[in-house]
Design a binder for this molecule. Structure first.
Ligand SMILES: [Cu+2]
Length: 397
């Protein structure tokens, strides 16, 4: 998204009326530019351009009002009148207005932006995460509304009046106890809930680990390499020293001395059978990446030099989700959630949840990751290795 295009000089000049365009024309222009450039991806460009210009316009209007008021006060002074504008009253009213506008803003966010929230969690553990999210949101919303009403209403109600004296009230132990103990209990409950939920997700017995479908994921700038573990359900060994070996064919550094590698499958789409546990083993070849599948409430860092894991059970097929979201084009996706470089936004991978039968059919069609060319190169390398060893022995003798 090229922000400069939205903020081009012409728009700004038009905004200040120098080239005589009306506000509506500027808006239309900004919206037009935005739709041309980003309509293929989403509507974000329009929103950014529109609100940026709106913000600048509001700033200009506030500036003008400020100047007008300043002139008004100066005039009063020249006329020798002491009382200009009752600023305390104005501030008080502004506080009251801020309260109403702010609370409406919060309500607007809940209804308009809240409607854009992710659909129902598509994994078993995701339901727990969502309920935790909801509880936190309800508690914080109640606290937010109460404290903000008190904050702004008091500022409005008790604005300075010459005849009114402030009530001196420096300390109250009972109040201190309440507003220390109650938030402490609430936060402890929330933190413990988070702790036990996360433990429930990550604490998996070794039997459950082994019985899960094993998928090995390697992240690099800027793509995902996904490898299914094949019939033996064991992903073959990898070694970073072997990356680029076998005449450059071994991009993942597969160790072909490990037999588990030969039935592993290279896939261009993650297909998962519904209601079956899947275990992703994650790593990175360069910088930090983050394995992020929002619909399943899954996120885990991919770290160079080590393996991380995420095991979960999808519970809604893509077909069912299309019906639930009323979107015939609905797709699950894997994203990168760690800004890893210029093409970071492009690190996407298709994910599809299907029935067991559809999965069995799909998996049969997938090609082995170890190609015939790789096998040839490996055999050649082995022969050379043997020959050089024999040469060494001969030389030593
Ligand atoms: Cu990234």
């Amino acid at each position: 998204m090229d922000i400069k295009r939205y903020l081009n000089l012409k728009s700004l000049l038009a905004l200040t009326g120098i080239v005589g365009l009306s506000f509506q024309q500027v808006m239309a222009q900004a919206a037009g530019v935005a739709t041309d450039t980003v309509s293929k991806t989403d509507g974000l460009g329009k929103t950014v351009g529109y609100y940026l210009i709106l913000f600048l316009l509001i700033c200009v209007v506030i500036g003008i009002i400020g100047k007008v008021l300043h002139v008004y006060e100066l005039t009063k002074q020249i006329q020798g009148k002491k009382e200009g504008i009752a600023w305390n009253k104005v501030n008080g009213i502004l506080f009251a207005v801020t309260l109403v506008v702010g609370l409406y803003g919060a309500y607007w966010c809940y209804t308009v932006q809240g409607a854009q929230i992710l659909p129902e969690a598509a994994s078993e553990h995701g339901l727990k995460i969502d309920s935790m999210f909801r509880i936190t949101l309800v508690i914080t919303t109640i606290v937010f509304v109460i404290t903000h009403i008190l904050l702004f209403l008091f500022a409005y109600k008790y604005n300075y009046k010459a005849k009114r004296k402030a009530y001196y009230y420096p300390h109250n132990n009972t109040l201190e106890k309440y507003w220390t103990v109650i938030p402490a209990i609430a936060l402890t409950v929330l933190v413990l809930m988070g702790f036990f939920t996360w433990r429930g997700i990550t604490n998996i017995s070794s039997d459950q680990m082994k019985s899960a479908l094993q998928v090995d994921v390697t992240a690099h700038q800027f793509a995902w390499e996904v490898r299914y573990s094949g019939k033996d359900n064991v992903s073959g060994r990898k070694n970073y020293k072997l990356i680029g070996s076998l005449g450059g064919l071994n991009s993942l550094g597969l160790d072909l001395a490990d037999k588990h590698n030969y039935d592993d499958l290279k896939v261009t789409e993650i297909v998962l059978p519904v209601n079956k546990s899947v275990r992703f083993t994650l790593t990175s070849q360069d910088v930090l990446h983050s394995f992020y599948m929002p619909h399943f409430r899954v996120q885990m860092n991919c770290v160079p030099g080590m393996s991380t894991f995420f095991q979960f059970t999808p519970r809604i097929t893509t077909a069912e989700m299309k019906v639930k979201t009323n979107d015939p084009n609905f797709k699950y996706r894997l994203y990168c959630a760690k800004i890893c470089g210029a093409q970071h936004y492009n690190m996407q991978f298709a994910v599809r949840v299907v029935t067991q039968r559809e999965y069995d059919k799909w998996v049969k069609e997938q090609k082995p990751i170890v190609t015939d060319d790789m096998k040839k190169e490996y055999q050649l390398a082995m022969k050379e290795n043997v020959a050089s060893k024999e040469n060494k022995i001969a030389l030593n003798n």
